[in-house]
Design a protein around this ligand. Structure first.
Ligand code: HEC
Ligand code: HEC
Ligand code: HEC
Ligand code: HEC
Ligand code: HEC
Ligand code: HEC
Ligand code: HEC
Ligand code: HEC
Ligand code: HEC
Ligand code: HEC
Length: 306
């Protein structure tokens, strides 16, 4: 079982003329695993080509012309082993008049085997999938994508974001209805701007920027730095030390409603009375950021006053 997955992956990385034989082999080996367990290497003569499939599966074949996977045909130098690069060699299936035990029925595979089939070609773009919370929970490629019935315009997804995600993550939905929220429901940004559903090295499938910064700084570039005077909180705790990512009752997506209270979580007790010449006990003392305006870091002032 293991070996053919490896082989598919290897082949997928090889460009050029070797690809054709590779895809044939890969799919052939898949067939062996699914049908015969052990068999000699796939025989190119076991492949019939997409036109033959189309004769009996006209509806599927017709829709396939605008599927991104129709590009597989080009890759195979136009020999059209497109269908069989996923379903395995089809000769026995055809000779059997459509014997379903002789073709790989991807909808019947375990999530693990299904994922391995897809990753045979897509592992390069999604190297972390198998260690992602999704894969570990048995959420497979076809939980979110449908090769034949997905949205051709939108990465073959079964449903558009965020609905796709809310189907399973109803618990996070209320956050996006809060008074202050990232406008995901409104279509301004997507769940996948911050999360990679295919897994990352971080917790919670959180993406990072190309320069290994917090993903937040991809859009909020003014907070990225580096600054001459860094606010250690931003570097050490990260943005979530002060902000809630999805939505919040508090302006600026802050974790707590009161700014002074937020700052004093770490600077407690900053006595405005002694340090800043104000009445420390006064409830209506101005928020810290009235003066410490450059709260994410400053290039001119060590106290982030400007
Ligand atoms: C001679 C006609 C014929 C040809 C040619 C043919 N099939 Fe089939 N195929 C069938 C029949 C009949 C079924 C069973 C349909 C059913 O049970 O709904 C079937 C079933 C399948 C299934 C399983 C469908 C399911 O419901 O899970 C797959 C996958 C499949 N074919 C793929 C292919 C591929 C790929 C090719 C080309 C390599 C191909 N077929 C060529 C007749 C054919
Ligand atoms: C990229 C991989 C891939 C390719 C290429 C592919 N299929 Fe499929 N096929 C699947 C998967 C996965 C399913 C399971 C249902 C789904 O996810 O949409 C499936 C399901 C089917 C079914 C069962 C009916 C259904 O809709 O569930 C048939 C029949 C079928 N494919 C025929 C074909 C034919 C004919 C071609 C070539 C025109 C082809 N497939 C190309 C992956 C592929
Ligand atoms: C034999 C190799 C191969 C296999 C196996 C394969 N794919 Fe693909 N896939 C491709 C190619 C090639 C493309 C087109 C890439 C492009 O347009 O640059 C593609 C495109 C896609 C896209 C759309 C990308 C886009 O930008 O629109 C999705 C989603 C996808 N595949 C999912 C799957 C899933 C799910 C499976 C398993 C059921 C699978 N693939 C199996 C080769 C493969
Ligand atoms: C939990 C849902 C989910 C699962 C599971 C999933 N995907 Fe995706 N996939 C997505 C979403 C959402 C996008 C679109 C990302 C975007 O537009 O930013 C996507 C995009 C893609 C693309 C297009 C390239 C890209 O990265 O944008 C490919 C190819 C792809 N997925 C393949 C796969 C394969 C192969 C598997 C299984 C190994 C898989 N996906 C599992 C949700 C999922
Ligand atoms: C088919 C159901 C399903 C879909 C669709 C789905 N997820 Fe998940 N997701 C899960 C399961 C199951 C887990 C495993 C952890 C858990 O139980 O929350 C998970 C885990 C996660 C985690 C990690 C949570 C943690 O506690 O580690 C994130 C983040 C996540 N999903 C985001 C998304 C996003 C974004 C989308 C849409 C692109 C999406 N999911 C679509 C079922 C799904
Ligand atoms: C602005 C970036 C961003 C967007 C957009 C975003 N997330 Fe998150 N999400 C995060 C961060 C950061 C965490 C980690 C929170 C933590 O560690 O406390 C997280 C945590 C999660 C978790 C796991 C913890 C929990 O709260 O249950 C899930 C599930 C999740 N997000 C799903 C989604 C879904 C679904 C969407 C789209 C509807 C989405 N996220 C949009 C940044 C984002
Ligand atoms: C894909 C781009 C993108 C990413 C990634 C992103 N944001 Fe945002 N963020 C926005 C946009 C756009 C707005 C403005 C929303 C609006 O006007 O409704 C916003 C608004 C905010 C606000 C409120 C600003 C205000 O003026 O009220 C805060 C705070 C914030 N984001 C923090 C974060 C944090 C923390 C992260 C990482 C977990 C993050 N953002 C990731 C795009 C992004
Ligand atoms: C030490 C707490 C703290 C940390 C850590 C922090 N912020 Fe903030 N952030 C604030 C406060 C307080 C405000 C409100 C400023 C105001 O209202 O003038 C704010 C405001 C914002 C705003 C609104 C626009 C602006 O500049 O006023 C954005 C966007 C933002 N933060 C993004 C981020 C990002 C991205 C990170 C991580 C790189 C981050 N913040 C880390 C405290 C923090
Ligand atoms: C998550 C903890 C945390 C939060 C919340 C936080 N800070 Fe900090 N802040 C730090 C740390 C750690 C330092 C570095 C202290 C040092 O170097 O002695 C620092 C440094 C500073 C400095 C520079 C002080 C110096 O001695 O150089 C100022 C000014 C400051 N913070 C103001 C604020 C304000 C205003 C807020 C609220 C908007 C805030 N901080 C919220 C952890 C935090
Ligand atoms: C009226 C303006 C103002 C307000 C409001 C204010 N600060 Fe300051 N803060 C300053 C000035 C001015 C300095 C001294 C800067 C210097 O020495 O260069 C300072 C210095 C600091 C320092 C540096 C270390 C120290 O003790 O000197 C910290 C930490 C700090 N403030 C935190 C806070 C916190 C937390 C709040 C809110 C509870 C706050 N400040 C409210 C003006 C203010």
């Amino acid at each position: 079982m293991k070996r053919y997955f490896l082989y598919v992956a290897l082949i997928a990385l090889l460009p050029g003329p070797s690809t054709r034989a590779g895809v044939l082999y890969a799919a052939g080996a898949k067939q062996q695993a699914a049908v015969a367990q052990k068999a000699p290497a796939a025989n190119p003569a076991d492949f019939v080509g997409s036109e033959v499939c189309a004769a009996c599966h006209a509806d599927v074949a017709k829709k396939f012309s605008d599927n991104p996977h129709s590009k597989l045909a080009l890759r195979n130098h136009g020999t059209g082993a497109t269908c069989e690069s996923c379903h395995g060699p089809g000769k026995a299936h055809v000779d059997g008049g459509g014997d379903v035990t002789k073709i790989v029925q991807l909808s019947k595979l375990s999530p693990k085997d299904l994922d391995a089939t897809c990753l045979g070609c897509h592992a390069g773009a999604h190297p972390n999938f198998l260690r992602s919370p999704h894969a570990k929970a048995g959420v497979s490629c076809t939980s979110c994508h449908s090769v034949h019935n997905g949205d051709m315009e939108a990465k073959l997804l079964k449903a558009a974001q965020p609905q796709l995600c809310f189907q399973c993550h109803a618990d996070v939905k209320p956050a996006f209805d809060m008074p202050f929220h990232h406008r995901v429901n409104e279509g301004l940004i997507k769940c996948s701007d911050c999360h990679d559903p295919h897994g990352t090295f971080g917790n919670n499938n959180i993406r990072s920027t190309a320069d290994q910064n917090a993903i937040c700084t991809k859009c909020h570039t003014e907070t990225r730095g580096p600054f001459v005077f860094e606010h250690a909180a931003v570097k050490a705790e990260g943005c979530l030390g002060c902000h809630t990512p999805h939505g919040s009752q508090n302006a600026r997506l802050l974790n707590v409603p009161n700014i002074n209270q937020l700052c004093n979580q770490c600077h407690s007790p900053v006595s405005a009375g002694t340090v800043h010449g104000m009445n420390a006990g006064s409830a209506d003392r101005p928020p810290c950021i009235t003066c410490h305006t450059m709260i994410h870091g400053s290039n001119v002032n060590p106290a982030f006053i400007r």
